[in-house]
Ligand binder design. Structure first.
Ligand code: CA
Length: 231
């Protein structure tokens, strides 16, 4: 699941640069050129994190951060404050307003992504796509690669998504409907037998390295990724 990250920044070139980098890093960027519009968007859907510029036309970033913190529905949203001001006094003011982190312009997009990951790892680990290793199997979402020890395993994009979902939720049984919802998306009108087809393909891909038993059929229920299939 992609984390929704609201960017509030009045300089369009910076807004776009951040949005493109977040998209490439696996996040879903949402754009707002001022705090008033950001406020409207937040009331439609709560984002997972907000990147907030300090100097904005109208309501400032500081005022907006304080407002978010004083409202029960928004006070838990992590905020990273952006500013051109590097003085320590300003940094303290930024953090006191309720920001979780603080970045001074100009900053590298990689640095920003690292800060976002650090915050989400703490507050919402299910939202970040970090490499997962279970026994010999190693899955890297950023490169779309699966390895068994050091040998690559090839599979289609749907099987990759399916395996990624399973590896993020090991040892839990999921119904076909639940899997459809999580891997194909809730709006899809695909038949749930499609899940069986892709499970078979996934097992075929994994069988090259003898890992097909990791995907278990739970009779009358659905499927499970087992960390210890021999037990
Ligand atoms: Ca600005």
């Amino acid at each position: 699941m992609r984390a929704n990250i609201l960017i509030v920044e009045d300089e369009e070139s910076i807004l776009e640069l951040i949005a493109i980098n977040l998209h490439q890093s696996g996040f879903n960027p949402i754009r707002a050129l001022n705090a008033e519009f950001a406020d409207k968007l937040i009331h439609e859907a709560i984002p997972d994190l907000i990147i907030l510029d300090w100097m904005l036309p109208g309501m400032s970033g500081i005022e907006f951060a304080k407002r978010l913190r004083s409202d029960a529905t928004t006070k838990k949203i992590p905020v990273i404050m952006l500013t051109a001001k590097s003085e320590e006094e300003n940094m303290i003011q930024g953090l006191n307003s309720g920001a979780d982190d603080y970045l001074t312009k100009p900053f590298s997009p990689r640095e920003l992504v690292a800060r976002i990951n650090a915050i989400l790892r703490r507050k919402a680990p299910e939202l970040i796509d970090e490499p997962i290793k279970i026994n010999a199997l190693h899955l890297d979402p950023s490169t779309h690669r699966i390895k068994s020890n050091d040998t690559s395993i090839r599979m289609g994009p749907t099987e990759f998504k399916l395996l990624h979902f399973f590896m993020k939720n090991p040892d839990r049984v999921f119904t076909r409907n639940h899997i459809l919802d999580k891997v194909w998306g809730s709006q899809s009108d695909i038949d749930d037998r499609t899940v069986d087809v892709h499970i078979k393909r996934l097992r075929d891909s994994l069988s090259v390295k003898g890992h097909q038993k990791l995907i278990q059929t739970v009779r009358g229920m659905g499927y499970r990724f087992s960390e210890n299939p021999e037990n």
